[in-house]
Write a protein that binds this ligand. Structure first.
Ligand SMILES: Cc1cc2nc3c(=O)[nH]c(=O)nc-3n(C[C@H](O)[C@H](O)[C@H](O)COP(=O)(O)O)c2cc1C
Length: 132
């Protein structure tokens, strides 16, 4: 089990999956992580934030159990509707693939230092993490 901070900092999107089945118990836990959020309602202009929270929680829950995932936005909505019988009033926003990694994960997150991307109080006021 990873602690929350470790889970957030280590999680990577992985695009190649092995053929090993994810046990039902873990699938249910990933779904449970999604259920803990608000359903998204397109009548609210923040509904995509809700959707993002659901997806991120599912991905983090999966990562905690060694299950990797990846987001796919290049979806053909009409084909999705047809193949999965999605009703007209529902709008698919993203597809998330889950599975065990095909290869050992060697990489880690590659991010700019905080001092380069975060500001203090006002935009463009440099954040000096040594002085916080
Ligand atoms: C809104 C959104 C859409 C994305 N769509 C795709 C996609 O269509 N295909 C893909 O390979 N990755 C997609 N990604 C995944 C990003 O490439 C991924 O978040 C990136 O690799 C950084 O994640 P990581 O640091 O957890 O690995 C998408 C990410 C976001 C946030």
């Amino acid at each position: 089990m990873l602690d929350t901070f470790e889970c957030i900092l280590t999680k990577l999107d992985v695009r190649e999956f092995s053929s090993e089945n994810v046990p039902l118990e873990i699938k249910m836990k990933i779904l449970e992580a999604a259920r803990a959020r608000a359903l998204t309602n397109p009548n609210y202009n923040f509904h995509m934030i809700d959707a993002g929270r659901v997806v991120q929680d599912m991905q983090l829950a999966a990562w905690n159990f060694g299950v990797v995932s990846c987001l796919f936005t290049g979806i053909n909505v009409e084909n999705l509707r047809r193949d999965f019988s999605v009703p007209e009033q529902m709008q698919p926003s993203i597809v998330v693939g889950f599975g065990y990694p095909a290869k050992k994960i060697l990489g880690k997150k590659n991010r700019l230092p905080l001092d380069e991307i975060a500001f203090l109080e006002k935009y463009d006021t440099k954040l000096d993490s040594q002085k916080l």
